[in-house]
Write a protein that binds this ligand. Structure first.
Ligand SMILES: Cc1ncc(COP(=O)(O)O)c(C=O)c1O
Length: 445
């Protein structure tokens, strides 16, 4: 593990067994812990996490792709602390500079015209709001989303989500349809990635023709599916999909909850890799580096559709969250975070492709920047998902000090989406650990 000069504070809280028992007795029984022996994390410093014994781990999952610039990044922490000590909350019924200031800064990062922002607390709420706006603006009800997507757990966003594992059997949001996922690895379409993308985009037209009145409110997609396992179409997918959606009256919504804020490396936003301009952009997670903050940015005429009633969100625009968001944007620029995501992402990809050549378990390496997926299969021909093996690789990596994420419909894709302050030393260490872990699992150890 690369050296780190941060010394964690001695942990003085309740022991792990007690925390686990309390959690089991008093909290949400539908949540899960990642490892066989649950891990307790009590401190974070940039790309590292510390357990209650002071053991350090390299974090490759970033609080589920949320810690963008580093755990407890000192400049983000300071900005939040200063605001917290000055004014924590009033709501938007009074003026406060942070609220419009952060909205203005977001507009400066987006293509011209996308310059009016609503703030919410979570990505689910942001997607709910985006869908509500699209329906109100177009007068249409139907929405096309993409198979294998994840857009949240609230009623409307759960309907957009396309994984049975995250969907409760309740008919609470109708008019949502799913078109084929454009990622070539498991697509029923064949040909080059571009051909698969075109056929997948064409499927949107068929969904609209067969399942809707022929007019839609919106098409929503993650430029790279996060929970789905870093799956995406070739860049022509969004171009063609947006054209088809717009030809049927729909607005195009880019869910940048995971792909935004430089994570994909060469661009600040995921949609930029396709050369498209969405009508609505939803953001969360990395926007606040861990602060509960999310946003919906759109054009003025679309945003104004909600003036027919009062739209209010108690914590939307909260001065502490706004301070966090402003500081994150500063740090992304000052610390060269996006450039680092591009460079470290390329280093990681190259190393993983080398592992793919040597390890039969690795079926597919994909992603951009520091949004990477490593899909494990039992057989490269049948692509049978290597579910247990994926868990075993994660357990071995944890033993060696590296925390990975997992995703995909079958949970057989390792997700590598670390805080974007990752160094070359961290990447090389992680690759070595993955090499050992894959070897052990392949040998049945
Ligand atoms: C792409 C995407 N959209 C939306 C959401 C929902 O965000 P939240 O959990 O903040 O509601 C997530 C969460 O994982 C996500 O990955």
């Amino acid at each position: 593990m690369p050296a780190c000069d941060h010394t964690p504070r001695p942990y003085v809280g309740p022991p792990k067994a007690e925390v686990l028992a309390m959690r089991r007795e008093f909290t949400n029984p539908a949540i899960f812990t990642l490892y066989r022996e649950p891990l307790m994390i009590v401190e974070g410093h940039m790309q590292y996490l510390f357990d209650e014994t002071g053991r350090r781990y390299l974090d490759l999952f970033a609080g589920i792709v949320t810690v963008s610039v580093g755990h407890c990044h000192p400049r983000v922490t300071r900005a939040m602390q200063e605001q917290l000590a000055t004014l924590t909350h009033t709501t938007t019924i009074y003026l406060h500079p942070n609220f419009p200031k952060f909205a203005e800064r977001l507009a400066s990062k987006l293509p011209p015209g996308l310059d009016v922002t609503y703030f919410t607390n979570s990505g689910s709420e942001a997607n709910d709001l985006a869908i509500m706006m699209a329906r109100a603006f177009t007068g249409n009800q139907d929405v096309v989303a993409v198979r294998n997507s994840y857009h949240g757990g609230s009623p409307a966003s759960m309907a957009l989500t396309s994984h049975h594992t995250w969907k409760y059997p309740q008919q609470i949001n109708t008019g949502i349809h799913h078109a084929m996922c454009p990622d070539p690895y498991r697509s029923p379409f064949s040909g080059t990635p571009e051909a698969v993308a075109s056929q997948s985009a064409e499927d949107i037209r068929q969904v609209i023709r067969y399942s809707t009145p022929g007019r839609i409110a919106a098409f929503i997609a993650e430029p790279i599916q996060g929970v789905g396992g870093a799956t995406s179409g070739a860049p022509n997918y969004l171009r063609e999909a947006y054209e088809i959606a717009r030809a049927h009256g729909g607005l195009c919504i880019a869910d940048e909850v995971q792909t935004g804020f430089g994570r994909t490396g060469n661009h600040f936003w995921g949609f930029q890799h396709s050369g498209v301009v969405p009508d609505i952009v939803t953001m969360a997670k990395g926007i606040g580096n861990g602060a509960p903050l999310a946003a919906v940015t759109t054009r003025r005429e679309i945003a104004e559709v909600l003036t027919q009633r009062i739209h209010f969100n108690t914590f939307g625009g909260n001065p502490v969250s706004m301070a966090a968001g402003l500081a994150v944007l500063d740090v992304i620029q000052q610390d060269g975070i996006q450039q680092n995501a591009a460079a470290m992402g390329a280093r990681f990809r190259a190393g993983l492709e080398e592992l793919e050549r040597r390890h039969r378990l690795v079926g597919n390496v994909r992603g951009r920047g520091l949004m990477i997926g490593l899909e494990l299969v039992r057989d490269r021909g049948t692509k049978e998902p290597a579910k247990e093996e994926t868990l075993a690789v994660m357990e071995h990596a944890r033993e060696m000090g590296v925390l990975l994420g997992k995703g995909g419909l079958d949970g057989n894709t390792l997700r590598i989406k670390p805080p974007m302050c990752l160094t070359a030393g961290d990447v090389d260490f992680a690759l070595e650990v993955l090499d050992h872990a894959l070897t052990r699992v392949e040998r049945g150890a």
